[in-house]
Ligand binder design. Sequence first.
Ligand code: T3D
Length: 273
Amino acid sequence: MLKKGSQNSQADKGCSMYETIKYSVENGVAWLTLNRPDKLNAFTSQMNKEIQKAIKISAGADEVRAIIVTGEGRAFCSGQDLSDVDEGMNLGQKLREDYGPMMEQIANCEKPIIAGVNGVAAGAGFSLALACDFRLVSEKASFLNAFVNIGLIPDSGNLYYLSRIVGHAKALELSLLGEKVTAGEAKNIGLATKVIGVDEWNEHLKAFAENIANKPTKAIGLIKRYLEASYHLSLEEYLKEEAEGQRIAGLTKDYAEGVAAFTEKRKAHFIGK
Ligand code: T3D
C-alpha cells in the first residue's frame, strides 16, 4: 500500500505561534497567508518552517478539509529573501534544510491545497504555487521563473512540477528566459486553474475552497496519492496499488453517503470520513 508522510493529528487554529505567516480556519478551510508584504512575502528560513508547521497541523486536523496558501499585500511570494543570503553560502544545504522539507510536507499532504496567487509569484514563490493542487490567479498576478536572472537553477521542485503542468518545451522556455507570465497566458498554458477579477477575488477564492472542502476528503487524498504514484510505477504495479486504494475508499462513510444520495436522488452530504 502506498504510504504518505506522517501527519500531526493536533488541530490548532491560533495565529499566535506564527510571526511570518497568518493562519486561521473557517468553514473547513485553513487560510495560510504569507505575511512579509514589505518584501513581497519573500521566504526566510523561519517562514519556510512556519509554512511547514501550518501544513502539518492542517493535514492532521479533522476540521480542515482544504487549505489555501496566499499572500498579504500586492504579491504572492517573491522567492528567497535576497537580503538574507551571504556570498559563498552552501545553497545545497539550504535547500536540504529549509526548502526540501517544506516542499515534501506539501507533497505529502492529502488535503487539497489551493494557491491563491494574488500577485507576483517569483523564484521559489513560483515553485510553491506549482506544488499546490490548484492555482487560482488574480487578473493582476504574474509568474516569474526568476532563478536564471540571478544565475541559479529553478529549485524547490520547480522543474519537476512545471514540466508536468505545462510540458517540457514551455517549462524550458519559462526557465531559460526568466520573463514574466501574465495571468492570461498562465490560463492559456494550463498553469492557472482559473483567473479571477480583482473585485471578486476574496469571494471566489473562498467559494472555490469551500466547494472542495465539502467533497469526500479521503477520496481526494487517495486521488492525489495515486495520480502521483502513477508516474513512478509500471501499469501492473499501479493496478495493484489502485485496487488497495479503492478498497480503502469503499470503506469510507462518504462512499456510503455518495451511493445513498445517488439512489435517493438527492445531493450528497460528505463529512470527510
Ligand atoms: O538563495 C538561496 O537561498 C537558494 C534558494 C533560492 C530560491 C529562490 O527563490 S531564488 C529567486 C529569488 N527571487 C528573485 O530573484 C525575485 C526577485 N524579485 C524580483 O524580481 C521583483 O522584485 C519582482 C518581479 C518579484 C517584483 O517586481 P516589482 O517591480 O513589482 O517590485 P520591486 O520594486 O522589485 O520590489 C518591491 C520591494 O520588495 C523592493 O524593496 P524596496 O526597494 O521597496 O525596499 C524589493 O527589494 C523587495 N523584494 C522583492 N523581491 C525580493 C525583495 N526583497 C528581498 N528578496 C526578494 N526576493
